[in-house]
Design a protein around this ligand. Structure first.
Ligand code: R5P
Length: 272
């Protein structure tokens, strides 16, 4: 592998653990100012020290992130549809590879919409992006998007999407956790990271999802809402890190979350 490509991947995937905690804050590119990401800079700044990489768009990067903080950037380059439409699959490339290089991105990301009317355009966009990005030693991360159809998240469908993404040249794939996730991981010859999806009922649920993902073959998470929509986002990202990088169990990570969020101290006081 070329030095530049290896170096960029090493910025994302930590050498000491082989794992990564990416913080996803790119949602506004089709969802607008969703809850607790209304002012991205305020959401991002306190979490930045705990994120191995930030996934975001060029607009938020330029306007809301301090270049001096030296974040590892995974730049979302696809777009073109909004939540105001029924069909979310009609995406194209909205940000060029040249712009990604100018912004010192460590990887670029686009969504694939396999099985939709726009399957072909998103798959060919991946191929073209890989052709160009590889010239610069820039890894492409493919996101196996499901749009509004969250029920699509099963091993058969995600296994198909992940394998296709890898075959077309993605260096990393972001997908969802599902039953039989190990089958998805086994069929995908490049590293997988897992998205959190919509906020789960409890922090423990998100820690369970993270733990199961790592146990079954993911190298990490690219998580957003289950971190920054928590009432205690710093405690949450630190608990996620404990699972991903330190091999913590769900109980250990949840204890850490409770300790950092002050919940455990309050429970002791209440019981005394
Ligand atoms: C979709 O909006 C983006 O690709 C997100 O980066 C992705 O869904 C991960 O964020 P979350 O954990 O909130 O699903």
């Amino acid at each position: 592998m070329d030095w530049g490509m290896q170096n960029r991947l090493n910025r994302i995937i930590q050498a000491d653990t082989g794992h990564t905690v990416m913080l996803a804050v790119d949602h506004g590119y089709f969802l607008g100012p969703l809850t607790r990401l209304e002012e991205p800079g305020k959401t991002i700044a306190p979490l930045l020290p705990y994120a191995d990489a930030l996934m975001l768009t060029r607009g938020v990067l330029r306007q809301c992130v301090d270049a001096g903080a030296n974040p590892t950037v995974v730049l979302r380059v696809s777009g073109g549809v909004s939540i105001a439409r029924d069909d979310l699959s009609d995406e194209g490339i909205a940000t060029s590879v040249k712009e990604a290089v100018r912004l010192n991105a460590s990887a670029i990301a686009l969504s694939l919409f396999v099985g939709t009317e726009h399957e072909r355009q998103t798959l060919l966009a991946l191929g073209e992006l890989v052709n160009e990005a590889e010239e610069y030693g820039l890894p492409v991360l493919a996101v196996t998007a499901v749009g509004r159809e969250l029920e699509k998240r099963d091993a058969r469908y995600l296994g198909l999407c992940c394998r296709m993404a890898a075959e077309l040249g993605a260096r990393l794939v972001k997908t969802y956790y599902c039953d039989d996730f190990e089958k998805v991981a086994r069929g995908c010859p490049v590293p997988l990271v897992v998205a959190g999806g919509p906020k789960l009922e409890t922090e423990r649920d998100a820690l369970e999802l993270t733990y199961a993902s790592i146990q079954r073959g993911a190298i990490g998470v690219d998580m957003g809402r289950n971190i920054w929509q928590s009432d205690h986002p710093i405690a949450m990202i630190r608990a996620i890190r404990a699972v991903v990088h330190e091999g913590a169990t769900v109980d250990q990570a949840h204890d850490l979350f409770r300790e950092l969020s002050g919940a455990r101290a309050m429970a002791v006081v209440a019981g005394s």
